[in-house]
Design a protein around this ligand. Structure first.
Ligand code: ZN
Length: 310
């Protein structure tokens, strides 16, 4: 029982299994004969056990808290993704639904569309008549400038074979009596596509539709007495080779589309056209008639009355 003091000093390290093989042998030999030291070892081992448990508990509490935070973070991300998908998806569905409704009018071969537009000091009317393979458009611009009002009228006659001829009547303010006609101009058949010539609202693939949906605000509003979707979105006009989101040139386009038919009731265009004449914003109001265009409406004027120009 002599060496108890030495053994007592070694016990903590022994309990933590830090001592060497030889030391272990020495301690174990001693304890086989010394009850006191055996008791002390048991106490030390119990203390270590308790310490370990406390440590474990601390660690698991920390992990629990960390996991909880992670789960909340994950939930927030998932909710954000879900909200994004639902809102953008809803917009894509509305846009596509309206596009499909508009497309139904592509095949209609008898219609009349009147568009009244206002922009700064210009107001005017564009009328389009379509009957079978022929079309006629009549553009009347009324200008308020230089203390004078001025009316420009231009008519275009054409057909689906892309043969157009233009009559420009009263187009030059200085010589109102001059009646001129340009014949056999290459017409832009494209502008007569469908009822609208509304290429802006078309999308060619999923990504264009997706971008339109992302940039759009859609609300339900009444316009000119009709229940409409008001769809406001960004039109990108830069180089087609540039990825759409990197394109710098863009403007906001707004359509009021009748919910039942998809037909535009009003459009608001913020392009820089005619910017030198005042306001940028151009407002266009549309009216439609179907099946009422007659042969009389499509009758071409007597060219003999016109001076032919190139
Ligand atoms: Zn002892």
């Amino acid at each position: 029982m002599k060496n108890c003091k030495v053994i007592e000093d070694l016990l903590p390290n022994y309990a933590e299994k830090l001592t060497s093989e030889e030391t272990n042998q020495y301690i174990e030999n001693h304890m086989a004969e010394c009850k006191d030291c055996s008791e002390k070892l048991k106490i030390i081992q119990k203390e270590i056990e308790v310490d370990k448990r406390v440590d474990l508990k601390k660690e698991s509490n920390y992990l629990k808290k960390y996991n909880k935070k992670l789960r909340i973070f994950e939930a927030i991300i998932l909710i954000a993704i879900a909200v994004f998908i639902v809102t953008v998806g809803r917009k894509m569905l509305i846009i596509q639904c309206m596009q499909n409704k508009i497309a139904q009018y592509d095949e209609i071969d008898n219609f009349y569309r009147k568009c009244n537009y206002y922009q700064g000091d210009i107001m005017g009317t564009t009328e389009i008549y379509k009957k079978e393979d022929k079309f006629k458009s009549r553009l009347s611009d009324l200008w308020f400038c230089d203390e004078n009002t001025r009316l420009d009228v231009r008519e275009v006659y054409g057909n689906d074979k892309n043969e157009n001829w233009y009559i420009i009547d009263n187009y030059n303010n200085k010589d109102k009596s001059r009646k001129t006609a340009m014949l056999n101009q290459k017409g832009s058949k494209k502008t007569m596509k469908g009822i609208l010539g509304m290429h802006n609202f078309e999308t060619n693939n999923f990504w264009e539709l997706f971008i339109m949906a992302i940039t759009s605000n859609i609300s339900s509003e009444s316009c000119n007495g009709k229940e409409c979707y008001r769809i406001s979105y960004t039109v990108f006009t830069g180089c087609p080779a540039t990825p759409i989101l990197w394109q710098q040139e863009h403007y906001r386009q707004i359509y009021y589309l009748e919910r039942e038919t998809g037909l535009p009731v009003r459009s608001i265009d913020n392009r820089d056209i005619r910017i030198n004449h005042g306001e940028k914003e151009e407002i266009l109001d549309y009216e439609y008639e179907f099946g009422n265009v007659t042969e009389e409406d499509m009758k071409e004027p007597d060219i003999g009355e016109y001076e032919i120009v190139k």
